[in-house]
Structure formats: structure tokens, C-alpha cells
Design a protein around this ligand. Structure first.
Ligand code: NAD
Length: 498
């Protein structure tokens, strides 16, 4: 069986240590294995990244931009190869894989402007014959640790801004779908990226803990579940690193009485069930304002769910592929059971779905739960599956309170025709990314992505301007060239600018 290795210093490296099976979620078969990097392997990658740093940091930003341009072209040319790997190991439908890759490529496009993004500020004559400027300097060797659900997009969110800004990187993708980032690293080399600038180590906790504690790592970008994000943030900071760690989510959509319910139901289908609900921005709670709205919404969603196609991601006619692992599918089924036991009504039941020819795949049907209450486990916790909970409230104020009281604050949206209500909502809701009649308000590459509350730890967001801030540090230089042979006289008072 193929053992997927690492990409270190511009070449594929086999590993002789521990391995883990990689499954095709549509068939349930272990088709490959992935090497789990030892501490020594990760340290080797860090050493190569450190050796590459001096030359890379001094490479003109314009030259780095040219490599980004070339990488963008190569990614465009290899969309089919990359998406085939994503679908094989993650399970999502090919179209959906192409969507995630495109959002990652947009980050590469944004970073093609890195010479402009890194421009500092200059002030002349801040004192007699004194000029001052600030500049953004790369940090050194930085690390990225990424989740299974976006095996191309999220690594690109982190790695591309980091290296474009002049850092060198050790990236650890999810061990559940490790292949596509190795291909992307290979394409980066073809684009002209020097060896050692982008290294990919596959692995688990041993690799992560090495990155968290090694003094050569200056900063860590993490995306994953909240419990691990909190661990990464606390451990990384305790080890003196700059850390940005994004975590889990429970994203609510408010459906107001004046909303176009047909449009809202259609939008919620993709937002709740796309990628089998395994998106940190998936809408997992529909908050219906009034029973009439709830009844109409549940009826329209039930009608649409009857035609939802579930099957292998290799067939673009399917709307939804399988979940990532058998264990995760069992966990999602457990949430549906628990909601039912706690009094929710199962309006559409995805339990027991079997896909002909793929009986051992990790499939589950889309599920709609009505009359969900905030005390229920299925409401409080992130399910990360194709399960939409409908919570019924009496007013917009009650809907907003529900959202504000939830521990997560990644994304949210409101469906309404009332501009004043929408404006009030976006201004006051305690959530980082807000949509108005837009169910998945994932910021474009030239803005930044960041949730609030326990969906994110640390300052700055991912990609966009925040990533330039995160992966550089400011230095301010004050300069005087004495003119006309004037000698310094000793000054004991604090220098002012007169
Ligand atoms: P995860 O937290 O299990 O894993 C993320 C990374 O952490 C992986 O690389 C994994 O190898 C590593 N890891 C796992 N356990 C570890 C441990 N004990 N010690 C050290 N490292 C460990 O997350 P996942 O299941 O791969 O991804 C799904 C989660 O990611 C969901 O909660 C989802 O909401 C979240 N997510 C968030 C965003 C966001 O932008 N906020 C985006 C995508 C996914």
C-alpha cells in the first residue's frame, strides 16, 4: 500500500516510523497510509526551513510575487488532479472541491500583490535632518496546522501569506486527507519556490507538539476544533510564539417574518448540507421568528430535501458525499438520537441511508430537526454533519439573544427584506462574519476571515490584510546623517522633536 510521506527541502521524503490508514470515505476502504512524522523528522523540516530563511527573506518582494503568479497558473492547470485527491480522501463532491480550491487560489492571487502589501510608511524631517520609516519584516520559520475539512483551501490560507511575506514554513495538514498539500508543495517548487521555503510534514500530536515547543518556530497559524485550538493557543503562547487559532462553530440563520421564505429555504439547502455539513461556516441552526415562518420553512425544506442526491463525490450529480470517517458518522447519528430523545421532532430523518454500491461508505442522509431547544446537546455542540436544527422564537430580539448566548461566534446571517433590521443585526450581533441574505458570508481573499468568542483565539484573522500583520513584525527606523560638519552636543533631557 502507498505510504504518503513528507515534503522537506523540495523533495518527497519517505518515513520509516509510525503510519496511519487513509480511507476513501465513499467506500470505507483504507486505500493508502500516511507517515506520522516523529519529533526528529519535524526537527529536520524546521532546520531546512531555517536554512532557507536568510535568502528567502532577502528575495525581493517582486520576485516572490512572480513565484506567486506562476503558482496560481499551475494551480489553475492542475485543478482536476488536486480535486481528485480531495474527493478521494475527504469525500466531498468534485464541484465542491473545485470551489474550495478556487477560494484558496484567490489567496494566492491576493498575495501576488505582496510588494504593495509590505510597503511601509516614511516620514521626512521628524526632527532636524532626521527621517523615520517603518517596515514590515518577516518573522522567520513559522508553522501551520490545518483541519481535514478543507485540505487545500485552509493550508493555502495559512502557507501562502506566510511565505509571500518572506517567512519559511513547516505545514502539518490533517492526517485524514494528507495528499493534496504534497501536490501543491510540488507545484510551488515548479513555480520557482526555493527548496526549504515550504515544507509539509504529515503527522499527529507528536508532530504538532514539536512545532508548539521548538524555539525556532516564531508563529503558528492553526485551524481546527475549539478544544485543540485552545490547546494550541495556550501552549504556543506559553512557548513565546505568536499564535492565531481558529476553532469550531455553530452558525445561526435568522429567518424574519418578512423574508422571502422560498429564497431562504433554497439558500439554507446549500449552506446547511453542502459538503455534508462539514464546514466551519455551515449554517446548522435556522432561527425562525414566529411559528408561521417555522412551519413554512420546515415544509419548504422538507420538499427540497426529498430530491437531495447523496452519493460518491466522484459523481458531480450528487449534492452531498459521505462524512470523513466511520467514527464521525456515528457521532453525528448520536446527535440526532439525542435530539429526538430530548424532545426535538425529526422532520426529515437521514439515519439509515444506504447508497447502493457504496454500502460501506460513511454516508448519512440530510436531517432536519424541528422544535430544537437551546438546552439540547444537539443545539449546544457543533455537530459538523448534515443536520439542520430549527429553533422557534417569538421575536428578532429573542433570536439575537440566542445567538449572542452561544459559545461560538464564527458566522451568522439574517434573511429579511427590512434594511433597518438587517443593519441593526449586523451592527450588534456578537459574531465575526455576518451575512445579510447571504448564508455563507466567507470573506473574499482581500478581506480577512475571523470568528469571535470561542471560534477563534488570538488577534488577527486568516488571509487578507490580517495575515500580513500576523506574519510580519513592524520595525521603525529613525535616521540622521549629520550635515554641514555640525557636531553633536550631549543632550540629557529626553529628545523631543523641536
Ligand atoms: P481537529 O481539531 O481534530 O484537527 C485539526 C488539526 O489538529 C489536525 O492537523 C490534527 O492533526 C491536529 N490535532 C488533532 N488533535 C490533536 C491533539 N490532541 N494535539 C495536537 N494536535 C492535534 O479538527 P478537524 O476534525 O480536522 O477539523 C474540523 C474542525 O475544524 C471543526 O471543529 C471545524 O469547525 C473546524 N474548522 C474551523 C474553521 C474556522 O475557520 N474557524 C475552518 C475549518 C474547520
Amino acid at each position: 500500500m502507498t505510504v504518503i510521506g513528507h515534503w522537506i527541502n523540495g523533495e518527497l521524503i519517505a518515513d520509516t516510523g509510525r503510519t496511519q490508514d487513509v480511507f476513501n470515505p465513499a467506500t470505507g476502504l483504507a486505500t493508502k497510509q500516511v507517515a506520522l512524522a516523529s519529533k526528529a523528522t519535524v526537527e529536520h523540516a524546521i532546520a531546512k526551513a531555517q536554512a532557507a530563511f536568510p535568502a528567502w527573506r532577502n528575495t525581493p518582494p517582486g520576485k516572490r510575487a512572480q513565484i506567486m503568479f506562476k503558482l496560481k497558473q499551475l494551480l489553475d492547470q492542475h485543478v482536476d488532479d488536486i480535486c481528485a485527491l480531495i474527493t478521494d480522501e475527504h469525500g466531498k463532491v468534485l464541484n465542491d472541491a473545485a470551489g474550495e480550491l478556487q477560494r484558496g487560489i484567490e489567496v494566492v492571487e491576493y498575495m501576488c500583490g505582496v510588494p504593495d502589501l509590505l510597503k511601509g510608511e516614511h516620514s521626512k524631517n521628524v526632527g532636524p535632518a532626521i527621517d523615520s520609516w517603518s517596515e514590515r519584516q518577516a518573522l522567520g520559520v513559522v508553522a501551520g496546522i490545518t483541519p481535514f475539512n478543507f485540505p487545500a483551501m485552509v493550508p493555502l490560507w495559512i502557507a501562502i501569506p506566510a511565505i509571500a511575506c518572506g517567512n519559511t514554513m513547516v505545514l502539518k495538514p490533517s492526517e485524514r486527507d494528507p495528499s493534496c498539500m504534497l501536490l501543491i508543495a510540488k507545484l510551488a517548487k515548479q513555480a520557482g519556490l526555493p527548496d526549504g521555503v515550504l515544507n509539509v510534514v504529515n503527522g499527529d500530536k507528536e508532530a504538532v507538539d514539536t512545532l508548539l515547543t521548538d524555539p525556532r518556530i516564531q508563529a503558528i497559524g492553526f485551524v481546527g476544533s475549539t478544544v485543540i485550538a485552545e490547546y494550541i493557543y495556550a501552549t504556543g503562547c506559553a512557548n513565546g510564539k505568536r499564535v492565531k487559532a481558529l476553532g469550531g462553530a455553530k452558525n445561526h440563520a435568522i429567518i424574519m417574518p418578512d423574508a422571502d421564505i422560498d429564497n431562504a429555504a433554497t439558500a439554507l439547502m446549500g449552506a446547511a448540507f453542502g459538503s455534508c455539513g462539514e464546514r466551519c461556516m455551515a449554517i446548522s441552526v435556522a432561527v425562525a421568528v414566529g411559528d408561521a415562518v417555522a412551519d413554512a420553512l420546515v415544509a419548504k425544506l422538507t420538499e427540497r430535501l426529498a430530491t437531495l442526491k447523496v452519493g460518491p463525490g466522484t459523481d458531480n450529480n450528487n449534492d452531498m458525499g459521505p462524512l470523513i470517517t466511520r467514527q464521525h458518522r456515528d457521532k453525528v447519528l448520536g446527535y440526532i438520537d439525542s435530539a429526538e430523545q430530548q424532545g426535538a421532532s425529526v422532520a426529515v430523518d437521514g439515519r439509515g441511508l444506504s447508497v447502493p454500491g457504496h454500502e460501506n461508505g460513511y454516508f448519512i442522509g440530510a436531517t432536519l430537526l424541528d422544535h430544537v431547544k437551546k438546552e439540547m446537546k444537539s443545539y449546544k455542540e457543533e455537530i459538523f454533519g448534515p443536520v439542520l436544527c430549527v429553533v422557534r422564537v417569538g421575536s428578532m430580539a429573542e433570536a439575537m439573544q440566542l445567538i449572542d448566548d452561544h459559545e461560538y461566534g464564527n458566522g451568522t446571517c439574517i434573511f429579511t427584506r427590512d434594511g433597518e433590521a438587517a443593519r441593526y443585526f449586523s451592527d450588534n450581533i456578537k459574531v465575526g462574519m455576518v451575512g445579510i441574505n447571504v448564508p455563507l458570508p466567507v470573506p473574499v481573499a482581500y478581506h480577512s476571515f475571523c470568528g469571535w468568542k470561542r471560534s477563534a483565539f488570538g488577534d488577527n484573522g486568516m488571509y487578507g490584510p490580517d495575515s500580513v500583520n500576523f506574519f510580519t513584525r513592524r520595525k521603525t527606523v529613525t535616521q540622521r546623517w549629520p550635515t554641514g560638519g555640525v557636531r553633536e552636543t550631549a543632550q540629557f533631557a529626553f529628545p523631543d522633536n523641536q
